[in-house]
Structure formats: C-alpha cells, structure tokens
Design a protein around this ligand. Structure first.
Ligand code: FAD
Length: 383
C-alpha cells in the first residue's frame, strides 16, 4: 500500500520492520521481575504517534516450544502447510514459529481435536455434560499439552494445525514522545513467566522481546491509535497519573511531551512496584523531571519494602486533600496498568477520596466521578 506521496503505508496488515536501538532490563539484580525498556527506530517508516497511543508488536513463538512440538509429533519440519483460505503455504516449522498461536487452547480447539483421536478421555472431556472440566483443562495448557495428553492422532500435521488460530499481535503503551525522540518509539514490557501444570510457561511476545530481540535486530510493528487516552488539549490543565509497574509507560510519554511543549499545567505521578531498590522504573529520569519542575509531584509506593504492603491507592489516600483540590481545580485523572486488581482499587479509592474530601454521600461521589469521565477527565488504559 502507498500513501499519496508514494511512500509505503505501514499498518497492522503491513507492519514496519523496526530496528532495535536499545533493549535493557530496568529491574536491578535480585528483583523478582524483569521489565524491558525497548527503543525502536521508526526511521524511514513515516509512522507517527501521539502520547497515549499503542504500538502493536508481532512476535515469534519460542523456538524451544516449537522444537518440543516437532519432537513430540515427529512431523517433517519442512513440509509445506496451508496457513489461510487463500491457500498460502509456509514450511511447517516456520508456520509454527511465526504464524500460529501455539500457547493457548480454546474450547473450540479441544472440541475439534476430539475428532482426530480415539482417546477416550478426550471424548469424555468434550461431551456436553463436562463443560466445566473442559474449561479447567484449557486453563494454563497449550497445544503441546493437548498433543501429549490425547494421542495417538489420526490427523495429518496440516489438519492438526488447522485447529489453531493465527497469532494475534500484542499491544504496548508507547513510553516515549516522538517530539522528544524523533523517529523513535520506546516501550516498557514486563516479561511474563510462570509455572503451570509442571512446565515453565513464557508469555509469547514479552519473552520474545526479553530473550530474542537483541540490539540491531528488527521487529514487525504498527501504530494503534488510542482516542480514549490522551493528554488534555489545553497545556494549562493539571494531570494526575497513576501508573504502577508497566503502567508507567504512557506517563513517561506524557511527561516527555510536556517537557518539550513546556506545558504550564502541573503533573502528579503515582508510581508503585515491589521494591524501591530494584523496581523503581525510570527513577533517575523521573527525579530529574521533578527537579526540572516538569513533574510537580512524584509519590511512589513499594509493596515489599515494609511489612504492611503499601500500594498506589494508599499514597493517594495519604494525599487525599490535595488530590481532591487538584480535581476541583479541573485536573485530569489517568490510570494505566493492571486491570484485575490495581485499576479497581484505585477507582474505589478515588470514590472514597471524593466522598471524604468533598463531604459527599457515596452516590454523590460516584456521580462526581461519572461526570469527570463524561468530561474526558477520567481516563483509563488498563489491561
Ligand atoms: C492497550 C494495551 C496496552 C498494553 N500496554 C502494555 C505495556 O505498556 N507493557 C506491558 O508489559 N504490557 C502491556 N500490555 C499487555 C500486553 O499486550 C501483553 O498482553 C503482555 O505483554 C503479555 O503478552 P505475552 O504475549 O507475553 O503473553 P501471552 O502469551 O499472551 O500470555 C499471557 C497470558 O498468560 C496467562 N498468564 C499470565 N500470567 C499467568 C500466571 N501467573 N498464571 C497463569 N496464567 C498466567 C494469562 O492467561 C495471560 O493472558 C498492554 C495491553 C493492552 C491491551
């Protein structure tokens, strides 16, 4: 695809091969986390973005997992495999590496696989009265588990692979401002690793970025606009940002942008993680921004530094009077990061604070927050 200027238009379906300029671990030795800071070059792509946008990254599967599948099945790694309805083919090993999602099972995959084996347990598992057991089975298991658990298989490699979905790209909040870093895009990626059913599991994209994307290599990317998570149009407006862990990413972009534009509005960041000594992501930069006055306030919470766990919402409560004054003065409130726990805790704490500092009923505090949301002054980017 070409733009009117004759330049290739890069997109989700036609990603740009971005060169890796930097790939470092932000956590110190002894941390139980690994958070990668990636700097990619957009040179020659004509791609641009605004703070709040995301970058789509198209990963490749773990070569060790691909090898384990080939070992288990004894499939010919080079045989051509049809990968779509248009009849395009890839050699089997490449298809397993770059095209198919092999780390996730769905009910549909397991149900369809049942017609490719006589294994009694699988027939049992997919019968209509065992919906709950099927749900339990797919949780934390992958294609290799399925192959191992219910063989021998009567199907060809191509039939087995036709069960799988195409690998979806992963989205990451952009952690840089293009005004501060021309032709570059930065990301903050937490490596996902955990044990399930006796095997170490690795997040496809985060571990690809952590383990197999050295400086100088390229990675396919595209820009995903995010119309619902943006800096206020007015430079005068105050912003409050709550971004623990990788939730810091878009706020690094916000802060860099506001440093370049010399925005008059104040900026307040709540950051949190496990330990201050090893997990205070971007600490030096943030403290410098504070010295320079770009960041008006920086409050950090570390859950493993003290016996009593301290989280970002506790820091908000400690500063509830001032926080409410900022809101009353027209501040925008942003949350980014963990959807399951953090975003809910911060949301509830915000209502508590409005209730307390505004001397309102619970209902009135909730209505106040709804009103903020309708004005675009309460924005969330949670995952
Ligand atoms: C808008 C948006 C912005 C995002 N921004 C960022 C960002 O800035 N930084 C960032 O790091 N991520 C971000 N993410 C998340 C990111 O897109 C990926 O989901 C994340 O990196 C994991 O992808 P993966 O391919 O490594 O893992 P996958 O292979 O997709 O595996 C993840 C899955 O593993 C399972 N899992 C994970 N941990 C466990 C566990 N302990 N036990 C059992 N099962 C588990 C869960 O089912 C989880 O869905 C964002 C997501 C969205 C939607």
């Amino acid at each position: 695809m070409q733009t009117t200027e004759g330049q290739t238009a890069y997109s989700r379906t036609n990603p740009f091969q971005a060169k890796v300029l930097k790939n470092v671990n932000l956590n110190g030795a002894g941390s139980s986390k690994e958070t990668r800071h990636l700097e990619l070059s957009l040179k020659g792509s004509n791609l641009s973005y605004v703070p709040g946008d995301c970058l789509g990254v198209i990963p490749a599967n773990d070569p060790q997992l691909v090898s384990a599948i080939l070992e288990e099945t004894k499939w010919d790694a080079e045989q051509p495999i049809t990968i779509n309805k248009q009849g395009d083919t890839l050699p089997l090993k490449e298809a397993l590496t770059t095209h198919f999602e092999i780390t996730l099972l769905t009910k549909k995959i397991v149900q369809q696989a049942a017609s490719f084996t006589d294994h009694a347990e699988l027939q049992q598992l997919v019968s209509s009265e065992n919906v709950e057991q099927l749900k339990e089975y797919i949780d934390g298991r992958d294609f290799l588990d399925l192959l191992r658990d219910f063989g021998p298989w009567k199907a060809s490699a191509e039939e087995m692979l036709s069960l799988l979905r195409k690998m979806p790209p992963r989205l990451y909040s952009i952690a840089s401002s293009i005004a501060a870093n021309p032709e570059e895009v930065h990301l903050t990626i937490g490596a996902v690793r955990y044990m399930a059913h006796g095997r170490e599991r690795k997040g496809v994209c985060s571990v690809y970025c952590a383990e197999r994307l050295p400086e100088g290599d390229t990675v396919p990317v595209f820009i995903q606009q995010n119309k619902h998570f943006n800096l206020p149009e007015s430079q005068e407006k105050d912003i409050i940002m709550v971004g623990p862990g990788t939730g810091i990413a878009p706020f690094r972009s916000f802060i860099q942008e506001r440093a370049v534009t010399k925005a008059a509005g104040r900026a307040w960041l709540f950051f949190g993680d496990q330990r201050s000594a090893t997990d205070f992501l971007y600490q030096d930069e943030l403290e410098q921004y504070q010295k320079d006055g770009v960041l008006t306030r920086l409050d950090a919470a570390f859950s493993r530094d003290t016996e009593q766990k301290v989280y970002v919402q506790h820091k908000m409560l400690e500063n509830s009077k001032e926080l409410f004054e900022w809101l009353q003065g027209g501040a925008y409130f942003y949350i980014c990061g963990d959807k399951q726990h953090m975003a809910k805790d911060v949301h509830n704490m915000l209502i508590d604070i409005i209730e307390k500092e505004g001397s309102m009923s619970r209902e009135a505090a909730e209505a106040y927050l709804n009103d903020l949301q309708e004005q675009g002054r309460y924005q969330r980017d949670v995952y």
